[in-house]
Design a protein around this ligand. Structure first.
Ligand SMILES: [Zn+2]
Length: 124
């Protein structure tokens, strides 16, 4: 199956689905040892996709300025795949667990919080 033009545009250089617009910019900043964007403003071409938005929340810039809305961007291409499209991506995130198109199930683990308690113990 041929990927949509949006997917090709976003991942053409590396083929990695993580290499979308804003994450690439954040990676470039990190390579310059800039990982906390406090004091910085980000200027982006369109309202960030959920993956980029999450990365921006972690990077904590002072402000993000976007040019095109999601709807305006969506008029020109779509990231469509079998679980989401540019139009439905945000809706997918908001769905309750178990209702999302991507099958997400909690595995059968005896003590699922053990790694987090261990991490806390090592980092307190
Ligand atoms: Zn993105």
């Amino acid at each position: 199956m041929r990927p949509s033009s949006g997917v090709e545009r976003r991942t053409l250089s590396t083929k990695c689905p993580l290499d979308v617009g804003r994450t690439g910019s954040l990676r470039a900043a990190a390579l310059q040892d800039i990982t906390d964007l406090t004091g910085y403003e980000m200027y982006v071409t369109a309202y960030p996709c959920p993956m980029c938005l999450g990365a921006l929340y972690y990077a904590t810039p002072d402000r993000v300025v976007y040019a095109a809305t999601r709807e305006q961007e969506g008029e020109h291409y779509d990231d469509g795949n079998r679980y989401m499209s540019l139009r439905t991506f945000y809706d997918e995130y908001a769905k309750p667990i178990g209702e999302q198109n991507l099958p997400l199930v909690q595995g059968n683990v005896t003590d699922p919080t053990a790694p987090f308690r261990r991490w806390s113990a090592l980092n307190d």
